[in-house]
Design a protein around this ligand. Structure first.
Ligand code: IPD
Ligand code: CA
Ligand code: CA
Ligand code: CA
Length: 264
């Protein structure tokens, strides 16, 4: 099934690559900074039709077709983000990915995050490790904030008070950390943590399709993912902390002020 998901991601990636250099057709969603393109919808249609063509009884939670609350049951469920990093895609910044996570009994079984522009296929299977293009992934050894490269993002929410809290969190962390980077794809940031190319990621306002696949890739690479209160990842909580170590995750949780968004 993992190979099946990788093949779908490759096929979806070809759609993204051929649209990447074309003028994008996009619409605004909740703000002028929250976009959806025709390609997001084409990719989502493709991924859904491939999954349902082979597994007609499986459930799918996918960003552009989700309406209202997303409910994860014990049934086999695919969680799909057709393009994570749509604003990057629109601005031709080569940092976007197709995300496909497969859950059963509410636990991630395997996951694929594919950046087709750089041809980087990140994937993991429960208990079998995490890989990028066939190479095993391992998180960094970082346990101290002083040595940490922190990855986060602003998201598409332009609410002034939420932006103030996000800015204050970055301000608080940067005084103690090596650096803070924001690159516009939550899933790829998490894969960077898995690859040891960054030490911790956190973000408030993300959705289940942003972190459902990537969180398995982080944990299978030896990393630690949690809620902002330190508890287990809650896929519908609209936030996630993913770190190279439990210590680092807990340090971040202590330092940041949470922002609450309506649950998925
Ligand atoms: C977004 C990206 C971005 C993050 C936003 C997400 P999208 O996903 O992951 O990095 O800051 O919160 O919504 O909309 O491009 O799939
Ligand atoms: Ca989006
Ligand atoms: Ca996304
Ligand atoms: Ca998306």
């Amino acid at each position: 099934m993992l190979d099946f998901a990788k093949n779908i991601a490759k096929e979806a990636g070809s759609l993204i690559v051929s649209a990447f250099d074309q003028p994008p057709h996009y619409h605004e969603k909740v703000s002028f900074a929250d976009l959806v393109t025709d390609t997001d919808k084409q990719v989502e249609d493709l991924v859904m039709s491939r999954i349902l063509g082979t597994y007609p009884d499986h459930k799918i939670i996918a960003e552009e077709s989700a309406s209202g609350r997303s409910i994860l049951t014990s049934d086999p469920t695919w969680i799909v983000d057709p393009i994570d990093g749509t604003s990057n895609f629109v601005s031709k910044f080569p940092f976007c990915a197709v995300c496909i996570g497969f859950y059963k009994e509410k636990q991630a079984q395997f996951a694929v995050v594919y950046n087709p522009i750089c041809d980087q296929m990140f994937y993991a299977e429960r208990g079998k490790g995490a890989f990028m293009n066939g190479r095993g992934l391992r998180v960094s050894h970082c346990t101290e904030l002083h040595n940490a490269l922190i990855l986060t993002d602003w998201g598409g929410d332009r609410n002034a008070s939420n932006l103030d809290t996000k800015a204050a969190n970055i301000r608080r962390l940067i005084s103690e950390a090596r650096g803070v980077r924001t690159m516009g794809s939550a899933a790829l940031h998490m894969c960077q943590v898995a690859a040891g190319q960054g030490d911790v990621f956190f973000e408030f306002g993300i959705h289940c399709w942003d972190y459902a696949a990537a969180s398995l890739i982080v944990t299978e690479a030896g990393g630690y993912c949690c809620n902002v209160d330190g508890g287990p990842v809650d896929l519908m909580a609209r936030h996630c902390v993913a770190a190279s170590s439990k210590q680092l995750a807990e340090m971040i949780c202590q330092k940041i002020v949470p922002i609450s968004y309506p649950r998925d």
